[in-house]
Design a protein around this ligand. Sequence first.
Ligand SMILES: Nc1ncnc2c1ncn2[C@@H]1O[C@H](COP(=O)(O)OP(=O)(O)O)[C@@H](O)[C@H]1O
Ligand SMILES: [Mg+2]
Length: 647
Amino acid sequence: MNVENLLKKLESLRRSLRFKLIFGLLTIVFLMGALSVYLGVSSINRNVIREAYDNVKNSLKAINDLYQEEIKSRARIVEYLSRTSEIVNATASGNREYLYEKLLQIKEEFGFDIVNVVKPDGTILVRANNFEAYGDSVAHYKYIQWVLRNKKPAAGTGVLGYENIKKEGQDLAERTLIPIIPTPKARPQRKEMEERALVLKTVSPIFQRGRLVGVLYAAVLLNNNDRFVDRFKKLIFKEEKIKGKDVGTITIFLDDVRVATNVVDKNGRRAVGTLISEEVYKKVYEHGQDWLGRAFVVNDYYLSGYTRITDIEGQPIGMLYVGILEAKFSGILRRTALMYFLLIFLMTVIAIYVSTYLVNLYTRPINRLIKATAEIARGNYHLLDIPPEESAEIRELEEYFNEMVKAIEERDQRLKDLAERTILRSEKLASVGRLASGIAHEINNPLTGILTYSSLLAEELKGTPYEEDLKTIKEETLRCRKIVRGLLDFARDYKPEKVSTNLNSLIEEALQLLEKHVNFHNIKIVKDFDPNLPEVKVDADEFRSVINNLAVNAADAMPNGGQLTISTRFDPSANQVIIRVADTGIGISEENLKKIFEPFFTTKEKGKGTGLGLAMTYGVIKRHNGTIDVKSKVGEGTEFIIKLPVE
Ligand SMILES: Nc1ncnc2c1ncn2[C@@H]1O[C@H](COP(=O)(O)OP(=O)(O)O)[C@@H](O)[C@H]1O
Ligand SMILES: [Mg+2]
């Protein structure tokens, strides 16, 4: 893998790690957020709605209480008036003029629409609304009937027919009439006009000395009675408005018809004459149950409450309604939900910030490691600067990393040195070799001449004093030739004749010849051969002289005896044969170790060494595509290691 690819891989690794971490954390954050939004909003929703209905329920109770209180307080007034001596005496004596004055006064003062005195037989004695109209019977009125029969006061809600209300005056009759107006979702319409009147009635018997002399009858007409509903609305809802619309509304129904209301239609008119929905009508009017719910009233949604109004006999005659504009609660809901959303949003932002911070905190050291790794790949061995604020685990990791960097750098340096030495040596040897072989060729022929002629002369001058000198010339010339041969062996540039050879037996043969030599007399030779050594292609002659050279050098290094160990091994992983020649001799100094393969380098006394043995050995091994190495310690011994490739 080249460096650029490695760097790309590392970078994408870093990115995907970071992405996974951030993605994982954000998923958690968003899931939590969504869950809390869901739970929060539904809980807010539930609470606001519950609150809203409580509100409607309380308002419905309040309006009912107010309505009943209104009836009671009016009943108390009428009861009181029926006992005043003026009324009692005037009724008993049939003083219509006086009573008329009195009744008009009562009507004005207490806000009644109808005030009548009725005789015990049920006929009208005096009408406050019309002095002329009297004598007609009202004995069929439920409340009059009840009071005449029970001789006790009564009060409540009742219904007056159009004919009856007409007798009370034209203005009241006009107020009574309510045209029915169709609206969406209303009950089906059954008539064009509501002609009946819903009235709040109070009736009290008039006694004179225990004898019933008449009945005081006072009533409030509820049809189109705005003052009535508006006063209730103000008491319960104050003046609260949303977008110009009253938040709270109150309605009084006669049967299913709105007869008094402050619910308004699109045009801002009171929705008098509109009808209730079938569903509510059934439940409230027919079954007498209160109704709480969301209802479409005229043209808006209201949270509404309905309760039934009954007459003195307990018969249903109408309903009370309170409605609170739904917009009020949806507004609260919106505001609360918005606040909640903001809160969640803020928390999400914080969570994102924190998770990114954490991810960076943990990916920062990884980034550092990746950068440093890339640098190492380029060959720059920088140690990591470990920031002290990092956690212990990260620091430990980075320290290990630094150790590794140091180890790699050291190894790298050793390899470099070795390579440098090898290159240097082989170049030096190559140039020296070329020079030497050139000289050797040139010198070889003249040497043959010198040898021939000095031998001839020695024959001629046998027995003369020159004989000894000529012998010396002959010996020195022979030595020269030996040197030249060595040089030629070292620098030979022809290809060796390689044949498959069993190195174990070749070495064995070479050693057998040597063992007899004087030098080896007190040296122990140890052979450690690999029996499964594969055959290797070598030039047998050349290789024999390699073993010779190494063995003789070893023997020279052990003048007082020692051990020579020769081993062979096969290394299948590198597919090569390894031959080691080790001695227990004097060793080679660091200084000399660099020079021993150079031709003519020798530490041996003059005439003994030529300094060509190892140079030649080196040449042979190189020509066989092998390597030769040496390890040595002064005073302990030396080991030569030859590695040859197996083809
Ligand atoms: N086994 C060894 N132990 C110690 N020194 C050695 C050994 N082999 C070689 N040397 C050293 O290397 C030198 C060169 O060896 P070589 O090239 O064979 O030349 P020569 O044997 O003629 O000196 C020797 O002079 C000796 O100093
Ligand atoms: Mg030698």
